[in-house]
Design a protein. Structure first.
Lengths: 87, 1267
């Protein structure tokens, strides 16, 4: 790699992306990705009021309860992480 | 050789004759001053005295005069870098901080990095060990220092009195009676005698080393500290540093004084420390002497009780001990391994000069002169080498060479000039750094060192890398320092960093880096930093008064972080002793630092402390500093003082009646700062100070009065109208009295206060007119005020403010006569005032008589101006004429006459101004229906288009443009069809001003009057315009681009396009780029369908440049046309398909960027089918490595995300996220991430369904819910 390339936007892109929560990388496993997906989903449900209302009707719960449940589920959405094979 | 001999003989003969003619009796000078003719003995007799070519003045000589015109312009010559006073630094301007500092700021070097202090928080209730410095110790020392100061002052006073007595002849016995005291007095006196020195360092007494007091023992031997009262920076100081016997006697005298009175240093602390230090190093007297060597030790801290002092005096590190002062030979210095940076610089400089000025050897002369035609003469028998004492003096004391000249023996021990190879990949070390980092050069086995030493070494290495290393080295070193900060510990870190910051030769960049290190380290160390707070402050506080804005901000940030890390209590404990320090510099910086602390930790937290300080009974210095802190807080945090305004005012209000004048002054200034910060709110908080302030202005004079007036000036604008009017009348009496004050500072303050008072709502115009104006004009509107820049500004501002109240005629009427004053700066000031007044208020109040006077005066001033760099006259003229509008009509012929006459002037500047004036008044001329006159001016300007000065030509074009704009294309004289062909060659001019004005004019004509010009002419202009697309100035490029559009519209796109497409074949890349831009513009103005067919046809040319050009134009085109693109996307898709499959990288890159613009333009317009098709062609390029290509591809995919939605692109992504090949996964995750960042929410619906795995639930049941 040339010296001029080292600091251009492309080489920094991954670094920049890594600053955001929820982005992935080449060493990510299925579990980590799924956790991100789940959290994004719950965040999205909570963030869109109509969605929340829809789930509340479907589950016959109050909207506040639904919101609370979703937020709780964001803690460990997929359960405990599996044991790594390499460790 | 004979002819040569004859020549020489002849020359000598002639010279003898000339010398006879120049015999001393023919010269008339004061013989008592220049003693007779032996004066000429030293003169050089080798220069021929009678030669014709000797003419020195170039202007007397025809040849020289002619030649003179071939040299570079003076402006260029002036710009040429030339060695200034310090040639040693070459052409580069000195970067060192110290070189741009004034004496006051340099006092930072007198400060001492104090040893760390007891941290009450960390140690809890434990009694501190006796050797740790507690708050009580520090306070006691401060008190002692003050006491000593006062005693010394008393002694000095007494001495003075005694002298006066002596002078009065009251007997000498009293003095002789006390030999010990006399001795001391003599020493004092010697300090006093050096008048200049004393003036410079008013704080001689403040410096810990000026007397052998406790201060010295406390002082950490920092390298940066200037040891004694003479700052060792000036050149003459070198002599001080050379240990001459005379100086030695001096230095001996000093410690002796200390030795006689050991009882005078009774601080408990001192006795704790002294034996340790002396025990570990050398016996006391020796150390005292070595102080004069000025060699700062490597070690930062001489912490009492620590092991460090031992290191500090290890001869290995600083071989100072080896220099015996008893042998004061200059050469002795050579023995010293480490010299101070200042000395080093001097040596380097001196050596350089020595080298250049050394006598030429015979060999050198032989190589310089040709062998033929010269003969070596015997020196005349009367010749004696110069032995004048003055010359000798210059040569002697250089430590590098012996007196007279001899080649110095090579000393391999010396380290300068050739930097030693650094072990272990360390960066280059400047000679000045050796004393700090010298230890790194000792190639010791790291294994043998103790863990502490290893740590020190590690820190030193990292610091050196930060200070001198390359950016990557610096970055890693900085990170390591940060990460390991707690591991290294606060002590070792700061003991290394802080001395570096006190280094006298520090440069801005280095300081910035070191400060950054401190900042990072602070963050990590957090509460561990407490014992070092004062140490750090000593180094950082000077940044707060640095002239560089960024340094000040940096300093504030550090102190703010420091106070957050250490906490308020520690900060106060650290800074409290400095609040009543005897040195004003210390108090000043401390006050500023305190204000930063207040803004970091909140004002309420600091209030109780401030209150106590401001009411200190012990010393006025404490009160002064306390009040100054309030002032600094107000300045620093501005309107955020409002919630605490009342308490802040209450804290300082008693200062207005303080017994000390300085305290009263600073109190008033603080109130001014508070009022300024609070404006326009908060008057109720100032209620309590109104009375003392108003009483004060009646009783005070001079500086105090100025401060009080300033405070009032800032408070009055906060008041309600009624009160403001009342108080203004009260203060105005004083102000009017002070109008006459000769003091400049007072003048400025008075003007400012008048401005503030007048602008307040409740002050009536009549009052101002009757009470203020007469005196105001009599005292301030005088020529002298125009000479000082700040006075000038302030006076103009104040007068404009008054005019806002009393109206135009009152002001303009009073000063209009002065437009004909004989002093030009004064005329300029008058003109600027009139300009601002008229621009603010219009000219409707100006009556016929005043109008006449005004125009007359302005014309006079305009014509008489000799230099007008700021265009004051021009602007003034323009403003007045525009304000008068149609009323100028009767004067227009006269004005135009002046302009015409001046357009013909010899001076370029005058011509330029005349042309500029036309563009200013063109609109008014139109209003006055003077179209014929304008036409006439147009013709005149047209005739001057041959102007050779680009600045003037630019102005002439600007004037033409103004006229064309106003009278329109049809009525323009000369007619457009004549004007435009004349402009075409001017387009070639490379001067920016000409280009800009010309392209504006051409564009204007193309826009409004294209039909007046034949198409052929427009084509010609098109060619010229292509070049202009390269201009540096954006305005020119934009005007050119627009002009292309106008021309294409006027004559149809076909011809223009043909030219442009042909231009794609040229070699020069920049030209092609400009062409593609132009094509896109033409497409935009004339609709894409007129351009696309030709463009796409051009793609069939089998030539890389052309095809790339076409693609680039397409890319620009779709960027410009945006939504319009939806009609053309299907047409160009086959072309893009081809380009995206091309072998050439650039094809694919450009096509990808075209796709991006296309996708972004047509998002949401129903072109998804075509876009998906294109995405299929773009996608295989994601594995490209060339940065430009991959960038374009990624952007194309981003564009697709916008146009097609995130879900579609996600589906493309999914195939590779868990690909077995890492390289593939990396790329796909990169795309996924940018997709995720761009449209996280949209992805929720599109994520794949994952199956659960044992314990882990991956499914998302919510999405399957159905009502």
């Amino acid at each position: 790699m040339q010296a001029s390339d080292r600091f251009n936007i492309n080489s920094q892109l991954e670094h920049l992306q890594a600053k955001y929560v929820g982005t992935g990388h080449a060493d990510m496993n299925r579990f980590e990705w799924a956790v991100n997906i789940q959290r994004d989903s719950y965040a999205s449900y909570v963030g869109h009021y109509p969605m929340l209302a829809y789930f509340a009707i479907a589950e016959n719960e109050s909207i506040g309860r639904e919101r609370y449940n979703f937020m709780q589920k964001m803690l460990l959405p997929c359960g405990l992480p599996p044991e790594r094979e390499d460790e | 050789m004979d002819p040569v001999d004859a020549e020489i003989a002849k020359t000598q003969e002639e010279r003898k004759i000339m010398e006879a003619a120049l015999a001393p009796n023919s010269i008339t000078f004061d013989t008592e001053l220049y003693d007779g003719n032996n004066r000429f003995q030293d003169y050089n007799r080798e220069i021929p005295a009678n030669d014709e070519e000797e003419n020195v003045d170039a202007m007397d000589n025809e040849v020289a005069r002619k030649l003179a015109s071939y040299t570079a312009p003076r402006s260029l010559l002036n710009d040429m870098p030339r060695g200034g006073d310090d040639e040693s630094l070459g052409f580069k301007k000195s970067q060192r901080i110290i070189d741009r500092e004034d004496d006051y700021r340099r006092r930072r070097l007198n400060q001492v990095i104090s040893p760390e202090r007891h941290d009450a928080f960390a140690n809890g209730d434990k009694t501190p060990k006796p050797e740790t410095r507690t708050y009580a110790d520090v306070m006691r020392e401060a008190a002692l220092k003050r006491e000593k100061e006062e005693t010394l002052k008393a002694i000095a006073r007494k001495k003075k009195e005694e002298e006066e007595n002596k002078a009065a002849g009251k007997g000498r016995e009293t003095v002789a009676a006390q030999p010990a005291q006399k001795r001391r007095n003599r020493w004092d006196q010697s300090q006093d005698d050096s008048g200049a020195k004393k003036a410079k360092t008013g704080s001689d007494w403040d410096m810990p080393d000026s007397t052998p007091g406790i201060g010295r023992w406390d002082a950490t031997p920092t390298p940066g500290r200037v040891g004694d009262a003479t700052p060792s920076l000036s050149r003459k100081n070198r002599w001080d540093e050379t240990p001459t016997p005379g100086r030695l006697a001096d230095s001996d005298a000093t410690p002796a004084g200390g030795g006689v009175t050991p009882g005078a240093t009774p601080a408990g602390m001192t006795w704790d420390a002294t034996p340790k230090l002396s025990g570990m190093a050398t016996p006391t007297p020796k150390r005292q002497r070595s102080r004069w060597d000025e060699t700062p030790a490597t070690m930062g801290s001489a912490t009492p009780g620590g092991a460090t002092p031992a290191v500090a005096y290890t001869p290995g590190v600083t071989p100072v001990g080896g220099v015996e002062l008893a042998t004061p030979t200059p050469g002795a210095i050579n023995l010293r391994g480490a010299i101070t940076p200042e000395q080093y610089n001097l040596l380097r400089w001196e050596k350089d000069i020595e080298d250049r000025n050394r006598p030429l050897t015979d060999e050198e002369l032989d190589t310089m002169f040709p062998q033929e035609g010269y003969k070596i003469l015997e020196p005349p028998p009367s010749y004696v080498p110069i032995r004048t004492p003055a010359r000798k003096l210059l040569a002697t004391p250089t430590p590098l060479g012996t007196p007279l000249y001899s080649i110095p023996e090579e000393n391999r021990g010396q380290q300068f000039d050739v930097p030693k190879e650094m072990p272990g990949g360390l960066p280059f070390m400047k000679p000045e750094d050796y004393q700090y980092f010298g230890a790194l050069l000792n190639e010791e086995d790291e294994e043998e060192l103790s863990p502490d030493e290893q740590k020190e070494r590690k820190i030193m290495k990292l610091l050196l890398k930060v200070k001198n290393g390359t950016p990557p080295q610096r970055k890693t070193a900085l990170r390591q320092l940060t990460d390991k900060a707690r591991e290294f510990g606060a002590g070792p870190l700061f003991n290394r960093i802080l001395p570096l910051l006190m280094q006298p030769t520090l440069e801005d960049q280095e300081r910035h880096l070191l400060v950054k290190v401190i900042d990072r380290v602070l963050y990590k160390l957090d509460e561990l930093v407490r014992p070092y707070v004062h140490k750090i402050l000593v180094v950082i506080e000077p940044l707060l008064i640095d002239e560089d804005y960024y340094a000040r901000v940096e300093g504030r940030e550090i102190i703010s972080n420091l106070s957050k890390a250490a906490g308020l209590a520690t900060m106060i404990a650290a800074m409290r002793p400095d609040i009543d320090n005897i040195d004003e510099y210390v108090r000043n910086t401390t006050a500023r630092a305190f204000s930063v602390v207040a803004s970091a930790l909140g004002i309420p937290a600091l209030l109780p402390f401030l209150k106590a300080v401001c009411q200190s009974k012990k010393s006025w210095q404490a009160r002064h500093t306390g009040i100054k802190i309030v002032q600094q807080i107000a300045i620093l945090i501005g309107c955020a003082v409002l919630p605490h305004l009342r308490s802040l005012v209450e804290i300082i209000e008693h200062g207005l009646n303080d017994e000390n004048q300085k305290v009263r002054t600073i109190t008033a200034l603080s109130l001014a700062a508070l009022a300024e910060a609070a404006a326009p709110y908060g008057i109720e908080s100032f209620d309590s100070v109104l009375k003392p302030l108003w009483k004060g202005i009646r009783s005070h004079r001079g500086k105090v009065l100025a401060a009080f007036l300033k405070a009032i000036g800032f408070i009055i604008p906060l008041m309600d109208a009624i009160y403001a009017s009342y108080y203004t009348k009260e203060v105005m009496v004083i102000l009017i009295r002070e109008f006459q004050s000769p003091d400049e500072e007072m003048k400025k303050i008075v003007l400012k206060v008048v401005k503030q008072c007048v602008s307040t709502e409740g002050v009536e115009a009549d009052y101002i007119r009757s009470d203020i104006l007469p005196e105001f004009f009599r005292n301030f509107w005088v020529r002298r005020m125009a000479l000082d820049r700040r006075n000038y500004r302030q006076l103009v501002d104040t007068t404009v403010e008054i005019a806002n109240k009393v109206g135009v005629p009152d002001i303009v009427g009073r000063i209009v006569e002065d437009l004909k004053d004989e002093s030009e700066p004064y005329r300029r000031m008058v003109m600027e005032t009139i300009e601002k007044v008229v621009a603010n208020l219009g000219a409707s109040d100006i009556d016929a008589r005043l109008e006449e006077l005004l125009i007359d005066g302005i014309l006079y001033a305009f014509q008489e101006q000799t230099s007008d760099d700021a265009n004051v006259m021009l602007n003034g003229f323009g403003a007045v004429v525009n304000a008068l509008g149609q009323r100028v009509k009767p004067y227009l012929p006269q004005i135009c006459g002046t302009i015409k006459w001046r357009l013909n002037n010899k001076s370029a500047k005058v011509r330029q101004q005349a042309a500029d004036l036309i563009s200013r008044i063109a609109v008014v001329m139109k209003q006055c229906q003077e179209e014929q006159l304008m036409g006439h001016l147009g013709v005149v300007l047209y005739e001057y288009l041959g102007e050779e000065y680009p600045e003037v030509l630019g102005s002439i074009l600007g004037a033409l443009k103004a006229i064309v704009n106003v009278i329109g294309m049809t009525k323009m004289t000369p007619p457009i069809k004549d004007l435009l062909p004349r402009l075409t060659p001017i387009l070639k001019n490379r001067h920016e001003k000409v280009q800009e004005n010309c392209i504006d004019l051409v564009g204007r004509i193309a826009d409004r009057g294209a039909e007046f010009v034949p198409a052929r002419e427009w084509m010609r202009i098109c060619f010229e315009l292509l070049e202009m697309l390269k201009a540096h100035k954006k305005g020119i490029r934009r005007a050119t681009v627009n002009t292309f559009g106008y021309i294409a519209k006027a004559i149809g796109p076909q011809d223009v396009l043909a030219t442009l497409l042909n231009n794609l074949k040229v070699q020069e890349r920049q030209n092609r780029v400009c062409t593609t831009v132009a094509i896109a513009i033409v497409a935009e103005t004339c609709s894409p369908f007129t351009v696309l067919p030709a463009l796409m046809n051009e793609y069939r040319v089998p030539e890389l440049n052309v095809q790339n050009g076409v693609l680039k134009s397409l890319s620009f085109l779709f960027e410009y046309i945006g939504e319009m693109g939806k009609d053309y996307i299907y047409a160009v898709t086959p072309l893009l398909e081809d380009a995206l499959m091309d072998r050439d990288l650039v094809h694919r890159q450009t096509a990808a960027s075209a796709v991006k613009h296309m996708a972004l333009g047509v998002a949401g317009l129903g072109c998804e089918d075509a876009l998906v098709h294109l995405l299929n062609y773009v996608w295989p390029n994601i594995f490209e490595t060339s940065p430009h290509v991959i960038n374009a591809v990624m952007e194309a995919i981003e564009g697709m995300r916008v146009a097609l939605g995130a879900a579609v692109v996600l589906n493309y992504c999914l195939q590779g996220l868990f690909h077995p090949a890492r390289k593939v996964r990396e790329v796909y995750w990169k795309i996924y991430n940018s997709l995720y960042i761009g449209a996280q929410d949209a992805l929720v619906a599109a994520y794949p369904v994952l199956e659960d795995e044992g314990e882990n639930v991956y499914s998302r049941p919510e999405l399957t819910m159905f009502v």
